[in-house]
Write a protein that binds this ligand. Structure first.
Ligand code: NAD
Length: 300
């Protein structure tokens, strides 16, 4: 079995790394939060590493699930980063870091003979927990074929997007742009209905079998808004980062995304008012405050 490394054991990475260990792989693990490493002490095939360079001493294939492109670059090029360690075989970035960072990292690691795959995922924490994520992958086809079985432990819908570094990241930020737009538009529509006296559950029942249905109405509102749990598992700060990356890429390519500018501002406001670690579904609170209504059960 390939010796693996896994860096970034947050909401997503924790489950991905756990699944790899449970399938019998030996995995060197790294996270800057001590508490993220604690649950892995129980696995005999887990090794705790102190730096990315130390992970390269152990692993041939290194997977990362990091919060943003800045951190991905620190892990790759920072002090005791991957580029200062042993030349390993394959780097797989499962995070959403945008095409520019992927290209920069692929160039730097490529010079050391490391094959780089950008492999962002979709399907949220439940998908990571159950291994049912969709994974879009770009990079050398040979590396993709070699690592298909490892990716199959993490997700069950795996797509090869293209050979060029960053292509899968472009597809991922386009996906998250749509997901963000749906969440904002659904928040507006649900608040409108509740303000008019409609029952939000009846609204969702109708919308979800009608042409207005989308990922927020089908999934996020029933799972985390109507019950006021706001525990969908995707942080507002990450959603803001994804829309910002998408807008940045649109600028770079000369494509216009009119709706995106507004959507980005709503997540920026959520991040500022409720904190970057607030759940992304809490964006509905902005619209509720402006309209002075609440969608769903009263909060304890
Ligand atoms: P998270 O913030 O929960 O996890 C990130 C982890 O990286 C944390 O444990 C943090 O301590 C660790 N970390 C930060 N800096 C580090 C460093 N220098 N070295 C090692 N570890 C470091 O985020 P998440 O929700 O798990 O998401 C991870 C990535 O996956 C993000 O890019 C996100 O956009 C993407 N993603 C998340 C979801 C979701 O639903 N949560 C879905 C699809 C994609």
């Amino acid at each position: 079995m390939t010796k693996l490394g896994f860096i970034g054991l947050g909401n997503m990475g924790f489950h991905m790394a756990r699944r790899l260990l449970e399938q019998g792989h030996s995995v060197a693990l790294l996270d800057t939060r001590k508490e993220a490493l604690e649950p892995f002490q129980a696995y005999p095939n887990a090794t705790i590493a102190a730096t990315p360079a130390e992970v390269t001493q152990f692993a041939d294939t290194i997977l990362v699930s990091l919060p943003n492109p800045q951190v991905a670059k620190i892990v790759a090029f920072g002090e005791n980063g991957l580029t200062s360690g042993r030349a390993f075989k394959t780097y797989i970035d499962l995070s959403t870091t945008g095409p520019e960072a992927s290209q920069q990292i692929a160039t730097a690691l490529g010079e050391r003979g490391v094959a780089c795959l950008d492999a962002p995922v979709s399907g949220g924490v439940p998908g990571a927990e159950q291994g049912t994520l969709s994974i879009m992958v770009a990079g050398p086809k040979e590396a993709y074929d070699e690592n298909h079985d490892i990716l199959g432990i993490i997700g069950n819908k795996i797509f090869y997007v293209g050979a060029k570094a960053g292509q899968a990241q472009t597809l991922k930020i386009a996906n998250n742009y749509l997901s963000a737009v749906a969440l904002i538009a659904t928040s507006e529509a649900m608040v409108l209905g509740v303000k008019a006296g409609l029952d939000p559950q009846i609204m969702l029942d109708v919308l979800n079998v009608s042409s207005g249905r989308n990922s927020a109405s089908l999934d996020k509102f029933p799972a985390a808004v109507l019950n006021r749990k706001f525990d969908y598992g995707f942080k507002s700060g990450l959603m803001y980062k994804d829309v910002a990356l998408c807008m940045q890429e649109a600028d770079r390519l000369g494509a216009t995304m009119w709706i995106g500018s507004n959507v980005k501002e709503f997540f920026k406001l959520t991040k500022e008012h409720l904190g970057a670690d607030s759940d992304t579904t809490e964006v509905v609170r902005l619209f509720e405050d402006w309209a002075k209504v609440q969608v769903g059960a009263s909060e304890e």
